[in-house]
Design a protein around this ligand. Structure first.
Ligand code: SF4
Length: 475
């Protein structure tokens, strides 16, 4: 233990250097979770888990809930009722960071556990320690097996604790009680963890470490259990699922083929990197009706110089050719992408190359982001000479180009009938339900709550850029 602070027990702090070299797996979680102390302490205690960020974080939160339930805690969906608030954070953008800190400031009289990607950042943990922030336990998600040991230390010593070990273990342990799912009809299934691509702007390879593939059979077994439980949709997730199996004797296409045979009504996957994307994946998508015809393939920029600075390992011609080949095999595929606007040194001409490729490819959905500097990444030290005003202006230009494309593309939905998986009550209007088409397009409609979790027919009556409106169709 490092004893450099009298108010805080510091067991370990994050290290970006360590996080890139270690990927150990522990096998001692049972010793940690189930001891008499935790069994007594957990009685009548409620936990509220709040999650920021991507689907990988949501899946991690499900595992955290599974661990707390296993130890005897109860789950609550209201932070007011909670004794413990577990905050699972995201580090991808600075905006997310600000949101998390403002949330933490509002929490009163709770045991606060801070984890997720922000807890893996050297700068963030230093800030928490230096400012003596009122966070009771800071723990890396990969080290979640130690949570009850740290909780006990906190209760006994009444001191806050920091234990963020950048050694990677436990989260990958198949023996974790990780079969809890927030939804009883839709589940995320991890394919791999971490990333080896090291794009220069991205913090993920440091907060989540090197790529580790799950065992093929373990993934299939998990999917089979979900199929037996009548799950309607599974999403195979990883920072880069397309590289699954490359280090071993298998491929993501083979995995997808086996998962599809389990007859779960809907399957899709996130996210792929164009560099190691194999057309076999598209062939398997075409082969199975239960794999959604939806592919998210981040391009990030349409300019070769910027792509090189981003460390993306492909150029615009490569990406165009890949899309061309994908569409030759699967002409109706729905393609979405990510684009970063205002990467350091991006000129007007370079930005126009992005506009050009967007116009050429006509993506069905674009997730646009203004470049956000992340401490510890190579891009952090690049000269960020694109002003905020220019970045915002480029964002608006790209947005208006995209709006024109999407308005045109959405016309095909009007007056047609689609299978819709009903996700729940609409976030926009409590009187309507929200679901998704097989193209992953969101649709709102009036319907009964009993439809939630089911696949029903909906006729599209209105189109809007980001969603559709429809009515339940019955013959
Ligand atoms: S592929 Fe690039 S952007 Fe995606 S997680 Fe890996 S490093 Fe980050």
């Amino acid at each position: 233990m490092i004893k450099n602070n009298t108010d805080i027990l510091i067991y370990s702090c994050p290290s970006f250097k360590q996080s890139r070299v270690n990927n150990k797996i522990s096998n001692n979680f049972k010793k940690i979770y189930k001891n008499n102390w935790i069994i007594n302490f957990s009685k009548n205690k409620k936990v509220f888990v709040v999650t920021y960020g991507c689907q990988a974080n949501y899946r991690d939160s499900e595992k955290v809930v599974g661990i707390f339930l296993y130890a005897g805690f109860k789950l609550t969906d209201s932070e007011k009722d909670a004794d413990i608030v577990f905050v699972n954070t995201c580090a991808v953008r600075e905006k997310a960071e600000k949101k998390v800190f403002s949330y933490l400031e509002r929490l009163k009289n709770k045991i606060i556990i801070f984890s997720g990607c922000m807890a893996m950042e050297e700068k963030i943990v230093k800030k928490i320690i230096d400012k003596k922030m009122s966070i009771n336990i800071v723990i890396s998600i990969n080290n979640i097996g130690k949570i009850f040991f740290l909780l006990k230390q906190h209760i006994i010593t009444k001191k806050n604790i920091v234990d963020v070990n950048s050694n990677f273990f436990n989260v990958n342990d198949e023996r974790l009680p990780n079969n809890f799912n927030f939804s009883n009809f839709k589940a995320f299934v991890n394919v791999n963890y971490g990333c080896d691509k090291l794009c220069t702007y991205c913090i993920v390879p440091y907060t989540r470490g090197p790529e580790i593939d799950r065992n093929f059979k373990d993934i299939i077994d998990e999917c089979r259990k979900l199929a037996d439980l009548n799950y309607q949709e599974i999403v195979l997730i990883g920072q880069n699922v397309s590289s699954y199996g490359i280090k071993h004797d298998t491929t993501f296409a083979k995995l997808l083929d086996e998962v599809a045979k389990l007859k779960i009504p809907r399957i899709y996957f996130l996210t792929c990197h164009p560099y190691d994307f194999s057309l076999d994946i598209i062939r398997i998508m075409k082969k199975h009706k239960n794999i959604l015809p939806y592919l998210h393939l981040p391009i990030q920029s349409g300019d070769d110089n910027i792509l090189k600075l981003m460390g993306r390992k492909y150029n615009s011609q490569y990406y165009l050719k890949l899309v061309d080949n994908i569409r030759k095999i699967f002409p109706d595929i729905v393609l979405s992408t990510d684009i970063i606007i205002g990467f350091p040194t991006e000129t007007d001409k370079e930005f126009k190359n992005t506009l050009k490729i967007v116009q050429q490819i006509k993506f069905d959905n674009i997730f646009m982001f203004i470049f956000s500097k992340r401490h510890g990444t190579p891009a952090y030290n690049m000269v960020d000479n694109v002003s905020d005003a220019v970045k915002k202006n480029r964002f608006q230009i790209l947005d208006s180009w995209y709006m024109k494309i999407i308005e045109e593309k959405n016309k095909k939905y009007l007056n047609n009938i689609y299978d819709v998986l009903v996700d729940g009550i609409s976030k926009k209007n409590k009187n309507t339900l929200e679901g998704r088409l097989i193209t992953n397009k969101i649709v709102h409609f009036f319907g009964k709550k009993s439809m939630i979790g089911k696949i029903i027919k909906v006729k599209i009556t209105e189109t809007h850029p980001f969603f559709l409106f429809g009515e339940v169709f019955s013959k």
